[in-house]
Write a protein that binds this ligand. Structure first.
Ligand code: SF4
Length: 450
């Protein structure tokens, strides 16, 4: 969590010597807090004070990077308990568990399908984030071969699941370039797992079945060896334990600044449940609060798509609606005599209208007016979708140059704007479309005469 100027000031020499080109230490501290100057500019700051300052400024939940290159995923570094306080920053990675006892062909098919699975929603591409290879065989060579086989089919991040350090090293030797998450160290094996994390520069999952106190002791021991990229595995085996432990960890990190448990959490909802439906419910709870990595046991669009959509909804900034740019969007292959519809730049509105127009088979020009990401009625009520704004957009986008006719179709929900818009756009005919996007196709068939 960012330190305030006063908190930073406490670490400074307080001599007001001006060597930093600021009149006082306090003035310097304020600028450091605003991140406009680096703390190193003060030449008299002792190494101990600098180290303390850096430790105090560390995020309460460590940012962990999974994987390497373009497909890498970041988790952790959250700063609030509730989304409405600010926003959640790093969506939980949704991964799929692959057992190393499954047939090679089945593994290749599942990984290829799940890796390519992608859904377009409000202009964003929703995908799964990686694969967790589970050493069910208890055989190091098999584990390593399956890890390599999965790696050959995907560049998404991997989790290596084994408590056997020898099996883990065998797999790491084959896929360490992808920076997999090592899962996991416990009080019996951490002495061998931590050196592997150090050797291969990979993040490490830490688990303790004895509760949060012993888990905190274990992370402290491991951190003393210099391994700081840790992920926690706590009891999330049912809804009650899951929400309880995940909330406790988030509160300890943010409210108590408790460093030993200030790491993202990995969960396995499929391991803990008896059906896909139960897995979906538990995973949904963990998306809401407060998992960093969720390893699913099943891959099917019916399970994954709703979870990805929920994740998108929870991890959008509540103060910044998802928007598309103000522009004229061709739907189909519109020509000079094609209809022109107007809508707002709230993504969901845009994609609903664009989807219905596409489905109607009517090539159309869709003019999107900048309403700061608000939907039609909300924007109208907030004074951000009025005749003046629409007229401005029509002129700024040079709509007249794209079409021969001079007709615009307003959303039916703002039919009240018709008269004012006729005053703003004197040469244009203003038509009123249906209130709901789903009726736009039948409306065009009936009403549009180029
Ligand atoms: S150089 Fe350091 S000690 Fe001197 S005024 Fe700046 S912050 Fe204070």
């Amino acid at each position: 969590m960012a330190l305030t100027g006063i908190e930073i000031y406490k670490f400074l020499p307080k001599t007001n010597c001006k060597k930093c080109n600021f009149p006082t230490c306090l003035a310097f501290a304020m600028k450091v807090a605003q991140k406009t100057v680096d703390i190193g500019v003060c030449p008299d700051l002792s190494p101990q004070a600098k180290a303390q300052l850096e430790a105090a400024a560390r995020p309460p939940i460590r940012l962990i990077t999974l994987g390497a290159d373009k497909s890498k995923v970041e988790v952790g570094n959250e700063t609030v308990l509730f989304r409405h306080e600010k926003t959640f920053f790093h969506p939980p990675a949704l991964m799929l568990r692959i057992k190393d006892t499954d047939a090679p062909d089945a593994i290749a098919k599942t990984v290829t399908e799940a890796s390519a699975y992608s859904v377009e929603r409000v202009g964003l591409s929703l995908t799964l984030n990686g694969f967790a290879i589970d050493n069910q065989s208890k055989n190091g060579a098999t584990f390593a071969d399956v890890a390599a086989a999965v790696r050959s089919k995907t560049d998404k991040p991997l989790v290596l699941m084994s408590t056997d350090p020898a099996a883990m090293e065998a797999a790491l030797a084959k896929v360490a370039d992808s920076k997999p998450l090592i899962c996991e160290a416990n009080k019996e094996n951490w002495g061998k797992m931590a050196p592997l994390a150090a050797k291969y520069k990979c993040p490490l999952v830490v688990s303790s079945p004895d509760g949060l106190d012993s888990l905190a002791n274990l992370t402290e021991e491991i951190a003393k060896t210099g391994i700081e990229d840790l992920v926690l595995n706590v009891n999330t085996a049912n809804l009650s334990a899951s929400i309880n432990n995940l909330t406790l960890l988030r509160r300890l990190a943010l409210k108590k600044n408790f460093r030993p448990l200030g790491y993202p959490v990995i969960t396995f909802p499929g391991l803990a449940t008896k059906s896909v439906e139960e897995e979906a419910v538990l995973a949904a709870q963990q998306i809401d609060k407060y998992a960093g990595i969720i390893v699913l046991d099943h891959f099917s669009p019916a399970l994954v798509y709703p979870l990805m959509t929920l994740r998108l909804n929870i991890y959008t900034d509540p103060q910044k609606p998802i928007q598309v740019q103000q522009a004229i969007y061709p739907i189909g292959a519109p020509k000079e005599n094609s209809p022109v519809c107007i809508t707002t730049n709230f993504s969901l509105t845009y994609f609903s209208v664009a989807g219905e127009l596409e489905a109607s088979g009517f090539p159309t020009w869709l003019v999107v007016c900048d309403t700061e990401g608000l939907s039609v009625l909300t924007a109208w009520a907030a004074g951000k979708f009025d005749s003046e704004r629409i007229a401005k957009a029509v002129k700024a986008l040079n709509l007249a140059e794209k079409i021969q006719h001079r007709s615009i179709i307003l959303p039916g929900k703002v039919a009240v704007l018709r008269g004012e818009l006729e005053d703003e756009l004197k040469d244009w005919k203003i038509m009123v479309g249906p209130p709901e996007a789903m009726d736009i196709g039948p409306y065009l068939k009936q009403m549009w005469k180029p």
